[in-house]
Every structure is written in structure tokens, then in C-alpha cells.
Design a protein around this ligand. Structure first.
Ligand code: GRF
Length: 217
């Protein structure tokens, strides 16, 4: 049932869309009170679009040229327009490979979330799981955070960690980090929709911290 509290999510992604799928699965299971209103991708044939279509979610390819690494110019304005048109109140970056800038950030203040495959502030930027593995870190993981104007610098909502095993390759580590991402992202959205996140400076206080510690889903 759609109540006032139901998150109205717009997803931006560039790749496989496994994080979006984990969110869809938790919505369908009734564990996250949210609705995905639209999925936008800068990659025309991205699997994330296919997954969304299969679930009956409106999708659109956003031509972000001439920029290669940022969402800027007319594409950014169109993106904001589309999110508003679809009544979105929360933007979920799910493997979106572009930096988002002030106009979008200002249109959804503290309502844009991202997932990063490392324990921030360690290893921001690209291929963070490989950075952690190359560095020889003993612990790796993922971070769900609010998005600000920096690269992977926004206030942290949830982190999940795993040990780096002697037997890990960078790719094996990445796969295990992704399994944690699929728990963390829906969990963060559930806390958001349940009104359990309080933002104090750059600290996000979870009012139901025990639920996060014991929830293994
Ligand atoms: C994830 O590893 C996420 O941490 C990073 O991009 C990847 C997206 O994967 N930001 P998917 O498209 O959700 O499968």
C-alpha cells in the first residue's frame, strides 16, 4: 500500500543493476516501504534498464555526452526534470559511474544516496575493491552514504565489513563485497523510510542501531 511515508525512488545506474535488484527484491518482500518510480541510465544497453523493464518500472537512457565522467549540462537538467515528473523524492545511485553536481544535489538535498565498494574514507574513487586488495588491507567492505559535492565524501549511513582472505583474488573479494552491498543498500533505505536516520553534522545517527547490528539480511 502506498502511504505518505513510502519512498519514491529514482535510480541512476550504469551497469548490471544488482544493487537495484536487491532493493526491488526487498520492496517486493514487503521489507522496504518504497516504490521505484523511474530508472535512468547513461548507458543505452545497461543491464540495469533491462532488469527495471522486466519489473515494469519506467526506464530511460540519458545521453550524457559530451561529458565522460560527470552528469552535467543539459543532461543533468533533463535528469532533474524527469525525476520531478515521476514524483521522485529519493535518488538512489546504484553503480552510476558519473559525478553528480550541484543542481541535482540542490534539487534533492540529503535525499541522494550512493553505495561504494569500500570502507570509506579509505579507497574512494574507482575500483575501490581492487584498491583495497592491492593495498593489502585486512578488512574490506561497503559503505552506503549520502551524496555531497565531493567524491565519495558524504555522510556515512551504513558500513558492512568482511575479512580479506588469504585465498582472495581481487575479483573474489569484489564478489563478497557485493553480497554485503545487497544487504546494506535496502537496509539503509528501510531506515530512511522508517524515519530512523537523524543527521547531526556529518554524523548519521541510526535511532534503531540494534536492528542494523543484528539484521543479517
Ligand atoms: C557496485 O559495486 C557499487 O558499489 C559500485 O558500482 C557497483 C554497481 O554494481 N558503486 P551493480 O550495477 O549494482 O551490480
Amino acid at each position: 500500500m502506498n502511504t505518505d511515508k513510502t519512498l519514491k525512488i529514482g535510480v541512476l545506474g550504469s551497469g548490471a543493476g544488482s544493487n537495484m535488484q536487491s532493493i526491488i527484491d526487498e520492496i517486493d518482500a514487503g521489507r522496504v516501504d518504497a516504490e521505484i518510480k523511474i530508472v535512468l541510465s547513461d548507458v543505452e544497453d545497461a543491464r540495469i534498464l533491462e532488469r527495471a523493464r522486466k519489473r515494469g518500472i519506467p526506464t530511460l537512457w540519458l545521453d550524457c555526452s559530451p561529458y565522460k565522467t560527470k552528469l552535467d549540462g543539459p543532461a543533468q537538467l533533463r535528469c532533474i526534470e524527469l525525476l520531478h515528473e515521476h514524483d521522485v523524492d529519493t535518488v538512489v545511485l546504484a553503480g552510476f559511474m558519473r559525478i553528480v553536481k550541484a543542481p541535482l544535489l540542490n534539487a534533492f538535498p540529503m535525499r541522494i544516496l550512493n553505495i561504494h565498494p569500500a570502507l570509506l574514507p579509505a579507497f574512494p574513487g574507482l575500483h575501490a575493491w581492487r584498491q583495497a586488495w592491492d593495498y593489502g588491507a585486512k578488512v574490506a567492505g561497503c559503505t552506503v552514504h549520502f551524496v555531497d559535492e565531493g567524491t565519495d565524501t558524504g555522510a556515512i549511513i551504513i558500513q558492512r565489513c568482511i575479512p580479506v582472505l588469504n585465498t582472495d583474488s581481487a575479483e573474489a573479494l569484489h564478489a563478497r563485497i557485493q553480497a554485503e552491498e545487497h544487504i546494506a543498500y535496502p537496509q539503509a533505505l528501510r531506515l530512511l523510510t522508517e524515519g530512523k536516520l537523524r543527521i547531526v553534522g556529518r554524523r548519521v545517527i541510526i535511532d534503531d542501531d540494534d536492528a542494523v547490528k543484528t539484521d543479517s539480511r
